[in-house]
Design a protein around this ligand. Sequence first.
Ligand SMILES: *[C@@H]1O[C@H](CO)[C@@H](O)[C@H](O)[C@H]1NC(C)=O
Ligand SMILES: *[C@@H]1O[C@H](CO)[C@@H](O)[C@H](O)[C@H]1NC(C)=O
Ligand SMILES: *[C@@H]1O[C@H](CO)[C@@H](O)[C@H](O)[C@H]1NC(C)=O
Ligand SMILES: *[C@@H]1O[C@H](CO)[C@@H](O)[C@H](O)[C@H]1NC(C)=O
Ligand SMILES: *[C@@H]1O[C@H](CO)[C@@H](O)[C@H](O)[C@H]1NC(C)=O
Ligand SMILES: *[C@@H]1O[C@H](CO)[C@@H](O)[C@H](O)[C@H]1NC(C)=O
Length: 249
Amino acid sequence: MISNITAIFLLIVSGCFISSSYSLSPPSNYTWPQDSKKLCFAAEFDLVLNVDYLKSNGAKASAKIPLNGSTYESYRVSCSTPATVHELTVSMLNGFTNILLSFSVDAKNMTSLKKIYGYITFNDKQTYFPDYAPALEDVHLFSSNVSLFETDRGNSYRCDTKTTVTGFNTTSNVTVTSVELENLRVQAFADDTKEFSNYGVEKVCPADADKNSNLIPIIVGACLAVLVVVVLVAYLIGRRRNRNGYQSV
Ligand SMILES: *[C@@H]1O[C@H](CO)[C@@H](O)[C@H](O)[C@H]1NC(C)=O
Ligand SMILES: *[C@@H]1O[C@H](CO)[C@@H](O)[C@H](O)[C@H]1NC(C)=O
Ligand SMILES: *[C@@H]1O[C@H](CO)[C@@H](O)[C@H](O)[C@H]1NC(C)=O
Ligand SMILES: *[C@@H]1O[C@H](CO)[C@@H](O)[C@H](O)[C@H]1NC(C)=O
Ligand SMILES: *[C@@H]1O[C@H](CO)[C@@H](O)[C@H](O)[C@H]1NC(C)=O
Ligand SMILES: *[C@@H]1O[C@H](CO)[C@@H](O)[C@H](O)[C@H]1NC(C)=O
């Protein structure tokens, strides 16, 4: 009986420990150059592309396309021309859609994401925009100027909370309503003269910092409450066993 209680106790303590330690699950990992240990660029994030378009019957349709194992095609990073711009190109939907994330470094060595742009191709070889109006069959450019994920060169940026990028200039019949970025870790302009062992000192976005400052007290509080209950139950069971023991004497 005692060993059962001890086991439950240990289980809860370890459960509390695991749930309060931070764990990162990288869904998509973009490092450059591929097959090199000296990286100029490293990033990982989840991405969702939201597109409104016109259907053949004139109705409006919304496509929500996550970057996942089926939609992803390939990626590449340009680290050299010009030296102040690092550009990640993610190719998806069989290569018919490209999304480019353009990072810049300024004279004070601050790095940030400056622009998200690219193109979407409507044609009969892709299936992600069902029943689109035939007039849309073509390439559609989109672009949005942003200023995000700013951090010192040599450091990295982390934001697990979803960042929703809007403000795309698209034609009225095909509109990129937003690009969502989540579980993001990025370091552009890494020092590629030495081996990349891990991301640099991380700057955490304000939304994550708020979340963590609330989450930890909640987890600690919940664990303490459970422990109190377990100790109480163990105490009551112990008392009952003792009393039974006396009665049988
Ligand atoms: C990311 O990719 C690089 C190179 O392709 C690899 O060395 C590294 O282990 C990957 N990291 C994760 C967390 O998967
Ligand atoms: C990827 O997303 C598409 C579009 O939502 C979905 O149809 C497909 O099942 C997903 N694939 C995987 C491997 O999750
Ligand atoms: C910016 O970073 C580069 C590479 O780390 C360094 O050579 C340069 O001196 C830095 N410039 C400033 C203004 O800090
Ligand atoms: C983004 O900024 C560039 C100049 O840096 C400007 O030419 C372009 O029109 C802007 N695009 C949008 C969509 O605001
Ligand atoms: C959106 O902006 C990009 C880059 O500024 C430009 O190439 C494209 O033609 C623009 N698209 C529309 C529909 O105005
Ligand atoms: C949008 O689609 C409608 C109906 O097909 C067409 O009349 C209109 O010219 C299109 N507008 C643009 C900007 O392509």
